[in-house]
Design a protein around this ligand. Structure first.
Ligand code: 5GP
Length: 178
């Protein structure tokens, strides 16, 4: 493992090792296995950043479950903020189902808050958020994050699915901007 990497014009230093990630993912999967015992949750993994986390998490989940990959699409529309975001790819009926959102990182929390609002009209029986990383110092909304592998400082990170300008997703460790 290299201690620093270059992604495009920026340099990053390793901050969370592959071994630590694996242990935290297992810990969170065990919590889900315990909390959802007897249920068949549907995991909604938010693309692109969560694809590696979702793959590792699901292999530690021992419940009968489904997974669907969704994307939050932004487009300019007629709204006061000028931006409307909607969920693309929600092909499975989640009515009456327990939903677990799988996210790469919660920063301001606005993305997850919006996603919760968008999913509620589909009437799932419950919705929980499961994130790989959380920056508590950046949260701008009151968000209940039930499952979190690791809390991190307010720095920019890449690797293990997370990108900088499209690059840097393909590492086993997580790196912080230096
Ligand atoms: P939020 O709506 O919580 O502010 O933003 C969440 C999204 O911002 C994440 O899904 C991710 O795409 C992006 N993001 C926030 N912080 C980071 C970071 O440190 N590194 C990377 N690669 N993406 C981040």
């Amino acid at each position: 493992m290299s201690n620093t990497i270059q992604v495009k014009d920026k340099r990053f230093a390793v901050s969370i090792s592959e071994a630590e990630i694996r242990a935290e993912v297992k810990r969170v999967a065990d919590e889900i296995n315990r909390d959802y015992a007897g249920q068949n949750p549907i995991f909604l993994a938010v693309l692109n950043g969560s694809f590696i986390f979702a793959a590792d998490l699901l292999r530690e989940v021992t419940l009968p479950c489904e997974i669907s990959f969704v994307r939050l699409a932004s487009y300019q529309g007629v709204s006061t903020t000028g931006e409307i975001r909607e969920i693309m790819g929600l092909s499975t009926d989640i009515t009456g189902r327990p939903v677990i959102i799988v996210e790469d990182i919660v920063d301001t929390g606005l993305t997850m808050a919006h996603m919760l609002e968008t999913l509620k009209p589909h009437n799932p029986s419950s919705i929980d958020i499961c994130t790989l990383l959380l920056k508590p110092g950046k949260l701008q909304v009151d968000l209940d994050v039930r499952y979190c592998c690791k809390q991190i400082p307010d720095d920019f990170v890449v690797g293990y699915g997370l990108d900088y300008d499209g690059f840097g997703r393909n590492t086993k460790d997580i790196y912080t901007l230096i």
